[in-house]
Ligand binder design. Structure first.
Ligand SMILES: [Fe+2]
Ligand SMILES: [Fe+2]
Length: 270
């Protein structure tokens, strides 16, 4: 869409708790979110995608606290759910007019000529994730029906290995099935995910796979065993203007780190 500009933020893993006094691994996640909100508002995004682990304990009380903390956010937020979420409790607080079902929460919308597909990879009672066959069918149907639209897909669990043994055991369990759907639809440009509490960036079969830091504690990218760090939380800003896609990582200490443009051409050496 010539002349148009779209700006959105990808945030993830807010891990809010209903109990004001509780810390998680030394992190006060409510204080982190309070600090992030004015930074997010200052960027004036068109919308925000929050890719799961919105709360830490699957409780309605935590969702109520999250709703209060997010009240000053000016942009609309599109939510995904992660392994620490609860579908019915989320619906009771964020969609009180709807039946609080435990059905997966999927969403498709279009902005600036781009389609956004939000999947639900949570597997109730488990840390690892899975896309059930009806989710994969929904994804396939959406992609087939809009093959002329560049598409970005979001889910909570990592759909590719990140080469940390403990975290890879807890990723998306049916990665190949998901990747096979993507391979049939070349309009998919980017897959965004959370869950790994660190930044990863891979290109695979022409698709860019990107994760974001948690808006909470981080997992060490160096340790092959679970290790938590208090690295600075952050989020990703994406701007799409005149067909160009640009990404920046915004950290809460004020650092803004540009990432290579998506149009970079990969060079294969044989
Ligand atoms: Fe998380
Ligand atoms: Fe998670």
């Amino acid at each position: 869409m010539p002349g148009s500009r779209l700006c959105f933020l990808h945030i993830s893993d807010l891990h809010i708790l209903g109990d004001e006094g509780r810390r998680q691994h030394g992190a006060d996640t409510a204080a982190i979110l309070r600090q992030a909100v004015p930074l997010m508002n200052a960027l004036r995004p068109d919308f925000i995608i929050a890719s799961g682990d919105l709360i830490s304990d699957e409780s309605e009380e935590s969702y109520r606290r999250l709703r209060t903390l997010l009240q000053p956010v000016e942009a609309p937020i599109h939510f995904l759910l992660g392994n620490h979420d609860d579908r019915a409790a989320f619906r009771r607080v964020f969609h009180p007019g709807e039946p609080p079902s435990a059905d997966p929460l999927c969403q498709a919308f279009e902005r600036g000529g781009i389609r956004f597909l939000l999947l639900d990879s949570m597997l109730p009672g488990k840390v690892e994730g899975r896309l059930a066959s009806d989710q994969l069918d929904w994804l396939e149907g959406e992609l087939a029906a809009h093959s002329d639209r560049p598409t970005w897909v979001f889910l909570h669990h990592q759909p590719l290995p990140i080469y940390l043994r403990w975290l890879d055991a807890l990723g998306l369990q049916n990665q190949e099935e998901f990747l096979e759907v993507l391979a049939r639809h070349p309009q998919v440009e980017v897959v965004g995910y959370g869950h790994v509490h660190q930044v990863r960036r891979w290109r695979y079969r022409g698709v860019l796979f990107v994760s974001v830091p948690a808006l909470a504690f981080q997992f060490s990218p160096l340790s092959q065993e679970p290790e938590i760090t208090l690295e600075t939380p952050g989020f990703r800003r994406v701007e799409i203007s005149n067909g160009e896609r640009r990404h920046w990582l915004h950290f809460l200490d004020g650092r803004v780190v540009p990432e290579p443009p998506l149009s970079a051409i990969p060079i294969y050496i044989r």
